[in-house]
Design a protein. Sequence first.
Lengths: 258, 284
Amino acid sequence: MMSKSNLKLFQEQFVGFINDDASSNDLLKDILPAGRIPNSREALEVHQNGYIARLTEALGETFEGTWFIMGDELFFSICEEYIKENKSILYNLSDYGENFPSFLKQRLDMIAIPFVQDMARFDWMFRELFHEKQHISTPLNELQRIETEPNISLILGNAVRLFSSQFSIYKFWNLRNQTDAEIKNINYESSENLLLYKQNEEIFVKELSEAQFDIISSLMSGKSVASVLEMVNSENQNDLVSVFQIFGASGIVAGFKC
Amino acid sequence: MIDGLQKQCNPGVGLRSTHFPYLERSPDTCIKWFEAVSENYMDSFGRPRLILNKIREQYPIALHGVSMNLLSTHGLNDLYLQNLKALIDDIEPFIVSDHLCWTGTKPSNIHDLLPFPYTDESLKIVCQNIDHAQNILGRNIVIENVSTYMTFKQSEFTEWDFLVEVAKRTDAKLLLDINNIYVSSHNHGFDPIKYINAIPTEIVSQVHLAGYTDMGDFLFDTHSKPVYPKVWELFRLFIEKAPNVPFMMEWDEDVPEFPIVENEVKKAIDIWENLHSKKVHNDV
């Protein structure tokens, strides 16, 4: 009969095989393989192969744009490497891959796509926003407090993200279901500043100018409207006006902090 | 009271995101309820959760988990249980189920329904964990048998005796996956009819149907095909004895359009009606 520690030991040996290919004779000798599976090791491989396949599928679902620009062969081989180095520790499979973008950066020599990390960052951000609850937007008439109370700070909704890259990430991402021919026409070397947000439960991505991006970043970091107004000069005055127009149209403001 | 009049056919289907656009149009369907995979909705407050809430307005929902890790030797993950409880409070499902298996050891999660030896030690651990889950969730849970690709020399119970003993000790009910019974019986050379006959019908709350893949050396539970004839035979055997038990079709890989999945459910309804509707008429 197994002692209490035996089930724990059995599970550790089983996981050791799946994660690190560490085969324990104690484990192997106790296994009776199913059907015509020739031996215990191959029976364990059913689960080992399944683990790689499931995590690769999860990465593929999250990092759609990254998969698109890398192509199947490269993406799958990088995924396998990543999975071997990064064990899944969370119960929800769709949460797997948070540090995949930085892993891609480490493999940049091999991948040879200069914007691969930024594409993966965008994929991850889009996934976060997808699962985010729709915030309640501050009504338009209340936004007028900005004019009368410049010392207040704005609270942007939880379903709002800012993304910036020196590459044309969103243009590529938008083509992720298209053919290679179409992406060849895109110049990836132009920078992008993006506002991602949810409105009426739908996700929108809006391109921003650099100045608009800086203004929204400052407001997002909790700076008061007055201190942001101090950043304004004759060159970016129009950007400020347009940012407040964006607030009105997108519903990204969810409250005020005095 | 006429016994036959109490019989009710309760067909359901697994809710899959590929069918959301179709289901949003509120089509006519023979489906009476949906089963949603708990983890797909527990931590998401986006579109999947909205659709689930919308479907819940029209249909009863069963929540079916894959990550409770009931054979965990480290106890259950309290964050998981809290998040599941919040989903349960929101959705008010008529069934909350998970699998008789383990899914990893701290800190690794393998995201698989892993096999284990059917021993006294395993029985004690799974019963402790089920008791804990039921206490936190404030309700009884339902436990599903899984397909396996290995057995263990140390096992002291048959799978069916183990399941029945778990139910007896914890008051948990069973989700009988007929496809899994067939797959495991083929893989390990036992009689699936003996398995089904060993399960008292009163402890079964739900039935699963699905299709497997023949890998040559063994059968693999892929949920990627229609139900096979031998699985239908086993379903007929069980549903004849337990007409009121809700049954449903799972399809998770290469998911076809909803009407094709629904067609499998219609086959199950036909079997049910052939067994019970005629009898009801005769009784009346």
